[in-house]
Design a protein around this ligand. Structure first.
Ligand code: UDP
Length: 420
């Protein structure tokens, strides 16, 4: 297994983002957990929201005194084809599975479980490493095994959920991003933890003009043209993020009135084999569109500038886990027009920091974008509201606090703060 690089993080640097009483409680919890070794396991070191979270959460928990490692599975293309199919199945897709696919899933997970050292707590992120539970249970019967599922299981294909059942029933604790996501998972203690963004990363920190100059070459010049409003969606090229729907929305926005520009920016996560094919489809679909730019592999500072300079951020997902991109945009005071799915409605208060629309409703999405682009005052006000909403609910110290509580609960550790 690999141990990816993380950001250097110290709790002291977050003083302006965390209230004193919360900090005291976190330190007390962390002190009680100081002899528990914790591992977070996922399947990629690059791309997607889980990586974004672990890169900051893991070093912060270490700084707080909880010995925490981040391990990435050793896996290859055939495994990722299977796990993307599992991911799609858990989001409602009904493509069939073969025995061979499940064998691949089992074998790779077994190998990774065999390669692991002993930990007191192992947090398995998403379905990819869930299969490790079998081997880990055998080798380390005392370990506490947590499944951190970032996916919305509300409409999961029952056949896929059934196939994962033997693993799920052997975990000690499950964590979901919303209560309703885990309703189909029975017989296991469940906790809800909302993800969060790190305000100190290159992606989210405040920028000075030199930062912007350094990434100008990565971004289209129209982004800096005050005459042309830019709308953007920053998402992996994945059908569930509906990039084609974003193009259709843009067409509606521009056919009536506005000279707006659309930037679709997307990375390819290492564990997402569909990325290239979806990207190619979007390129073909956008060929006849004026005012559309597709970007891949932007640096984090460039994503920061894009989310900051855009007038509106779209998140037109058909299904969604949480969508960190929404909090990222709101934190930069950019209002979001997002689908009413997954974690998007947790972040976007409709009419306050953006608008919620039904996922297939292109007409209303376009209408909401137009409203924001033509009403400067409202856009500014919503931007401010978004900033405050993220400050209160979706920043890293709150997430670290939730994890400390989870670790204490899952391992039965108590401390002076336990009864607060
Ligand atoms: N991201 C990025 N570059 C891209 C596309 C996405 O850095 O071209 C980042 C994005 O800023 C966010 C993460 O990848 O931090 C995606 O997380 P999210 O929860 O929105 O979606 P996921 O990919 O996990 O479904």
């Amino acid at each position: 297994m690999q141990t990816p690089a993380t950001n250097a993080r110290s709790m002291a640097a977050y003083a302006e983002f965390v209230a004193e009483d919360r900090l005291t409680r976190m330190r007390s919890r962390a002190a009680a957990l100081e002899d528990r070794r914790v591992a977070h396991v996922n399947s990629t070191a690059a791309g997607g929201g889980v990586v974004e979270l672990l890169r900051s959460l893991v070093p912060l928990l270490n700084d707080l005194g909880v010995p925490t490692d981040w391990l990435v599975m050793d896996a290859d293309g055939p495994f990722f084809d299977v796990t993307k199919a599992i991911h799609n199945g858990l989001q409602g897709d009904d493509a069939p599975f073969t025995d061979e696919m499940w064998r691949t899933y089992r074998d790779v997970n077994e190998r990774n479980a065999d390669a692991m050292d002993e930990y007191d707590v192992v947090v398995l992120h998403d379905p990819q490493p869930l299969g490790m539970v079998e081997g880990l249970r055998e080798r380390f019967p005392e370990a506490t095994l947590v499944w951190r599922c970032h996916i919305d299981l509300t409409d999961a294909n029952p056949a896929v959920l059934d196939a994962l059942e033997p693993y799920v029933e052997r975990i000690d604790h499950a964590v979901f991003s919303r209560e309703q996501y885990g309703r189909g998972v029975e017989g296991v203690p469940k906790t809800v933890i909302h993800p969060a963004i790190d305000p100190l990363t290159d992606k989210n920190r405040e920028l000075d003009p030199a930062d912007v100059d350094a990434v100008r070459g990565e971004l289209p010049t129209v982004l800096f043209d005050p005459e042309v409003p830019v709308v953007t969606q920053v998402s992996r090229f994945d059908p569930w993020k509906d990039p084609i729907g974003v193009l259709r929305t843009h067409r509606r926005v521009t056919e009536s009135v506005l000279d707006a520009h659309l930037v679709l920016a997307g990375g390819m996560a290492d564990d997402d084999p569909e990325g290239q094919a979806v990207y190619d489809r979007v390129v073909a679909a956008a060929e006849a569109d004026a005012g559309v730019t597709l970007l891949t592999d932007l640096s984090d500072v460039a994503v920061n500038v894009l989310q900051r300079e855009a007038s509106v951020v779209l998140q037109k997902s058909l299904r969604e886990g949480f969508a960190l991109t929404v909090s990222e945009a709101l934190w930069k005071r950019t209002p979001v027009v997002g689908s009413n799915v997954g974690g998007i409605p947790l972040q976007v208060a409709d009419g306050e920091c953006g608008f919620l629309v039904e996922p297939e409703d292109i007409e209303t999405a376009a209408d909401r974008v137009r409203t924001l682009l033509t009403d400067d005052e409202r856009r500014t006000e919503m931007g401010e509201n978004g900033r405050e909403r993220v400050r209160e609910r979706f920043l890293l110290p709150r997430l670290a606090h939730d994890y400390l509580d989870l670790l204490a609960e899952a391992t039965g550790v108590t401390d002076a703060a336990a009864d607060d």
